[in-house]
Design a protein around this ligand. Sequence first.
Ligand code: ACO
Length: 429
Amino acid sequence: MSEKATLVVGDAHYDLPIIEGSEGERAVDIRQLRARSGLITLDPGYGNTGSCESAITFIDGDRGILRYRGIPIEQFAEAPNFVEVAWLLIFGHLPTREEYRAFAADLTAQADLDENMKHHFEGFPRSAPPMAILSAMINALSCFHPELFELEDPERFRMAAARLISKIRTIAAYAYRHSRGLPFIYPDPRLRYVPNFLHMLFSQPYVQWHCDEAVCEALNLVLILHADHEQNCSTSTVRMVGSSQANLFASCAAGVCALWGPLHGGANVEVLTMLEQIHGGNLTAEEYVRLAKDRDSKVRLMGFGHRVYKNFDPRARMLAEVAERLLARLGQDDPLLQIARRLEEIALRDPYFVDRQLYPNVDFYSGIILRAIGIPTNMFTVIFAIGRLPGWIAHWWEQRQGDGSRIARPRQIYVGDRERPYVAMDERL
Ligand code: ACO
């Protein structure tokens, strides 16, 4: 007989099935709980709630394991490029040479934005946050590709995915150029995904930006390491919006908004601000850590801690190495890297962080790499979004394909006023 859990409430017993994932993760299946007992479960922040079954990414937070479609993240350090990983996440297998060529060709063909879309950028003030522009423009894409709303057909879905992955890079680059008052640089079909993005960011009319191989490799790896992380806040948002059958563009635009927050993707900006503050001499690393431990200060050690990892985030380890390697290769001696190393050393010895199992997360070192490349701080979370997009698309599609996909609609425990009468304005005290 398959295993079950029993919930006892007063005299009533409710048997609940236990389901097990392919890596031995177990869950009590409560799908019938309310219908049978009238009870719901309460789990603010969803720390104990599985929202779906998914075959895309596996994380073991206690052992610091992250795998994309079964492949350990460490194995992506050398070989593949971001486009290959995007395909893997979305379609479930490593692309054959032919599949890869066709997808890469689609990305190249789709890199341009409709000329009319470019006018939208002019409506934003120069100081507009690039994440706001990114979200608005991804949503606007749906106006230019309404033929891609109905995506039940896998071939159409592939086209939509290619458009989105390609154009997000162009939108991001144009948002940056707009903020600097610089002319837009058209995508160059001779360049691969990452160099093409850097070209649109940094080239000048008639002066092609030369992409150092080490820079391209570093950014490629940054994008790969951000590409998916199962049911994080932004991915859950994409699934939530997608569950209403909203189109792929609208769902991913919502993902950008969720990612923007400082407790999620926005943390990479906060990390740099923190490091710069310490470098500016206002605080020492020791004083900052002291503040981060003080509940009244509201300060947190940014880039530390994770809902799932209670061990090293493997991405942080890899990014720390990339940061060291890149700075050495570029001959840069960034004092912020030394400060980050110092903060890490202090925190990892401090019982406050040890007891709470707080380790560096993906955001702790990524900003130092992006800064070495010359990417301004306000674009950091945009880079995260470019990296995370294949994950969002993969989850959106997986949900669409699934048999049991229902509109996501949590319940609540109401704690407001009991029923009371409306009082006319003149009679209110
Ligand atoms: N600095 C100081 N204390 C921390 C930190 C931190 N970075 N992170 C957690 N804590 C403390 C909390 O104050 C709490 O202490 P308490 O038990 O005494 O109340 C305890 O550790 C547990 O923290 P929670 O906030 O309950 O943990 P949660 O899982 O909800 O939050 C989060 C995870 C949001 C990542 C948190 O660790 C944090 O705010 N970190 C800093 C922001 C950050 O780096 N975000 C990026 C996350 S990765 C990503 O999204 C890409």
